[in-house]
Design a protein around this ligand. Structure first.
Ligand SMILES: [Mg+2]
Length: 257
């Protein structure tokens, strides 16, 4: 069971556990070699430099002469679509930010997702955080939205299919797109291929954005509280962030509050 729970994060949690127990219970069975065959969602390559200023933020490509900084071999995201041109990019976490999932059967699950593990199909019970539909639709209007989860694609991809009825997520990034750093799966925003001053990450786990804390909108971990209004309450902040050329000063004022 320990290995099975490494499908999604946090690990070994059930719906009955409180937020305060989160840190204590973050066991690291994620090291398990159980899931070894990740789907490769990273086969995006650096596009040629744009001729129309559409993606001015990509790091420079190496020059023949001289020694400019070496860009990443490839970015996690494809080129910005025309529909999203000029929008800031919001990177949205899945587990305990938008939903809570468990192998423990619950009667009020919003989705039940079958996931095959080692030849056996297990049911994953997914609860939607209150106001997630409104939040996602709004995010889709305001931003280029990317789902970025440390969970495995075989679980998170079907959940995203059910959750995102509007096609809000322009891209979905899974565990293999994270950097494993000091026992945590870190979402390295510099690998996205977007200008960092236009990137916001919303995530319940500060470890996920430890490389870029200044880009973060922290959110309380959610498990089962049906009176939670965090996503709804965050909409005005995101409306403000969507209008910023550079998100850092507004996010800094949020941290200083
Ligand atoms: Mg999370």
């Amino acid at each position: 069971m320990m290995q099975i729970t490494s499908l999604f994060l946090p690990l070994s949690l059930t719906v009955s556990q409180s937020n305060s127990s989160l840190k204590k219970h973050r066991s690291r069975s994620i090291f398990s070699p159980f899931f070894c065959c990740f789907r490769n969602y990273n086969e995006y390559h650096v596009e040629p430099p744009p001729t129309n200023n559409k993606t001015p933020s990509l790091p420079p490509l190496p020059e023949e002469n001289g020694s400019p900084p070496k860009p990443p071999a490839k970015f996690l995201l494809p080129e910005v679509s025309i529909a999203d041109y000029g929008k800031n990019c919001v990177v949205i976490d899945l587990d305990e930010t938008l939903v809570h999932s468990s192998f423990k059967p619950i009667s009020n699950a919003d989705f039940i997702v079958p996931v095959e593990i080692d030849g056996t199909v297990h049911q994953v019970y997914v609860l939607k955080r209150p106001h997630v539909d409104e939040f996602l639709q709004k995010m889709g209007e305001l931003f280029e939205c990317v789902l970025f989860t440390a969970s495995l694609a075989k679980y998170a991809d079907p959940v995203a299919d059910l959750l995102d009825q509007w096609g809000v997520f322009r891209a979905r990034l899974f565990r293999e797109s994270c950097v494993f750093h000091r026992g945590n799966y870190v979402k390295d925003l510099s690998r996205l291929g977007r200008e960092l001053s236009k990137v916001i990450i919303i995530d319940n786990s500060p470890a996920s954005y430890i490389f870029h804390p200044e880009n973060a909108v922290p959110v309380q971990s959610w498990f089962e509280d049906m009176t939670d209004t965090e996503l709804l309450d965050l909409i005005p902040l995101f409306e403000g962030l969507s209008k910023e050329e550079d998100v850092y000063s507004l996010l800094q004022s949020l941290r200083n509050r």
